[in-house]
Ligand binder design. Sequence first.
Ligand code: FPP
Length: 222
Amino acid sequence: MDGNGRWAQQRGLPRLMGHHEGANSIRECVEACQQAGVQYLTLYAFSLENWKRPRTEVKGLMGLLERFLRERTDEIAQKGICLRAIGRLQDLPEPCHKLLSEALRKTAENRGLTLILALSYGSRTEIVDAIKNIAEQAIDGKIQPDQINDQTVADHLYTKGVPDPDLLIRTSGEMRLSNFLLWQLSYTEIYVTQKLWPDFRAADLQRALQDYNTRHRRYGGI
Ligand code: FPP
């Protein structure tokens, strides 16, 4: 959800106002996904690297997350959305962690859109954690090294059971993956828009889906 800071700077506002407006884009995009029948939506809300930002911005973002969970969990639950989270969730401040656990529990049985929040998430760390886990199982004799395959790795990632994304939407014209779902995005179609995340609304999401529908996916074949 890139471009919040620039959106605010362009208006002479503090960066946090951009994140605040970005939270409104989340609501619109979630609704648009539900209407379009999208089954999984993953939002890169806070990366492991984002902890390096100034304390006030980190604090503000955690405050927004807390407010989002406090104010929107019931609405999310009522809409049949199943909330999931990926990342080092234990790094989150206690109030966020607690509200998140409650929200995950309240929505676990829902069968509508699965909304995945990537929080304190870093893909390399996710892969390293998976390797450690697989290695421990190999040492314990629970898994044979020559039996390790793509599925073994996928089953040890935070996204276990979630299909690989069909489409990656990158806002604000950025042309990099920024340590996001590196394993899972191997064959994902990429859509880059110049729009800043707070300006990216339902109509923009629909445009991205239309563009996706014109893609011919070959998965390395012809
Ligand atoms: C990147 O833009 C955005 C973030 C680091 C935070 C995204 C968070 C939200 C939209 C709201 C909070 C999340 C939830 C789930 C309520 P940037 O700050 O890097 O923008 P810039 O590239 O223009 O500086």
